[in-house]
Ligand binder design. Structure first.
Ligand code: PHB
Length: 388
């Protein structure tokens, strides 16, 4: 009996060696998805997750020859819980790669943990300057944007439209602050002046007092960064306060991305800048949109694209190291020289690991962010403070 079992084990081992493609079958690659599943950014987390899984499914469930296995954590867009949450993935679940997140404050804690542990991190949204600035590292990548990018592009657009005095309004946290700083830089370099920076704490949506202040300041126009549920309410309240008719509202494109169903006519005509739009009409984007709608019965948005491209960047790196995430320098070198075939348009990845990409000017027409043109071609984040 004993002998018999031994023989079986030997036979199985021999078969495994003999079968081509099976002898070196690697263990699955564990991807830790740390995204918001609750709160004002919940829908954004879902779209990123959907986009990521769509690309992996299109590759037959494998990247770099390894099956992909998922572990999920709801980060609640809460910076106070971020270090505990990311450590669950790194220390408890032993993930090979972390993909996350939406909120800049949470992402900074994730970047810190990734830098300390050496775990591969791909940020599929959060634009925090620090991630590809002072905290940049060989194992940290971003598939989305920096908060500066859409802001700077809109600053130039608003100045060229002849606006001189503008007010900004946003949530008081890294993303809001940096989006406004980017806008201010582009606007003031081109002759404009930001006369007042209005804020409220994240994720508050009590806008009335600030809208009253805007009415009394009478600026030429307003620039804003809001996203998710907060963006829906802001656009509705801005119109509801009667400001839409008299003071043009401009935004980082998150203001109207993934939100148009809920905003309805109150969003109509709004101009925003972003690295994606709904009417690009390229074969690459059309194929992506078709596949996304088929898989999820939902229209894709910028977040879905960023999730999809996080998987593409992982795929490029893994292919170069044949699935061995330990080879960090080779992984990084492959991503740095790649052209990522994104639905947004092909982009390259800077030395600091942020996309170098076109920023589109878009206008809301019905339920779409229609492409008006390219506001800024191949715009690179300045990556201030990155030494790598
Ligand atoms: C951010 O916190 O960096 C952030 C959040 C939501 C967005 C964009 C940026 O849509």
């Amino acid at each position: 009996m004993k002998l018999h079992r031994h023989a079986l084990v030997l036979a199985a081992a021999a078969a495994a060696f003999a079968a081509p493609g099976h002898a070196q079958q690697a263990a699955p690659l564990k991807v830790g998805l740390m995204l918001p599943a609750t709160g004002t950014f919940a829908a954004l987390g879902t779209a990123i997750d959907n986009g990521f899984r769509l690309y992996v499914a299109e590759q037959g469930g494998k990247l770099g020859g390894r099956e992909i296995e998922y572990v999920r954590v709801d980060d609640e867009s809460d910076p106070a819980k971020a270090t505990d949450n990311v450590n669950k993935l790194i220390k408890r679940d032993n993930v090979d790669v972390i993909v996350g997140t939406v909120h800049s404050g949470v992402a900074m804690a994730m970047a810190r943990a990734a830098k300390e542990s050496g775990t591969l991190l791909i940020v599929p949204n959060a634009g925090a300057a620090a991630v590809t600035g002072p905290m940049c590292a060989p194992n940290i990548f971003r598939s989305s944007f920096s908060n500066w990018q859409p802001g700077y592009a809109m600053g130039e657009v608003a100045a060229k439209k002849g606006h001189k005095r503008m007010v900004t309004i946003t949530w008081k946290y890294a993303a809001g602050d940096e989006a406004v700083q980017g806008f201010k830089e582009g606007f003031e370099k081109n002759g404009g002046k930001v006369i007042k920076e209005l804020n409220l704490p994240f994720p508050n949506v009590e806008f009335q007092a600030l809208l009253t202040e805007i009415a009394s300041l009478k600026p030429d126009a307003v620039y804003t960064f809001f996203a998710g549920g907060g963006a829906v309410k802001f656009v509705k309240d801005y119109a509801g306060a009667g400001l839409k008719k008299s003071i043009p509202l401009y935004g980082a494109g998150f203001l109207t991305d993934g939100t148009l169903e809920a905003q309805g006519a109150d969003a109509d005509g709004l101009l925003t800048t972003l690295h994606y739009a709904d009417s690009l009409g390229t074969p690459r984007d059309s194929a992506f949109r078709l596949a996304y709608v088929k898989a999820y019965k939902l229209q894709p948005d910028v977040y879905a694209v960023q999730g999809y491209d996080a998987a593409q960047m992982l795929s490029v790196g893994l292919a170069a190291v044949k699935g061995d995430v330990g080879k960090k320098a080779e992984f990084a070198a492959a991503v740095e020289k790649a052209k990522i075939d994104s639905p947004r348009g092909a982009f390259t990845v800077s030395k600091a690991h942020n996309p170098v990409q076109d920023i589109y000017l878009r206008q809301v027409v019905g339920k779409e962010n229609k492409t008006i043109g390219v506001a800024s071609k191949a715009l690179a984040d300045p990556a201030r403070g990155c030494k790598m």
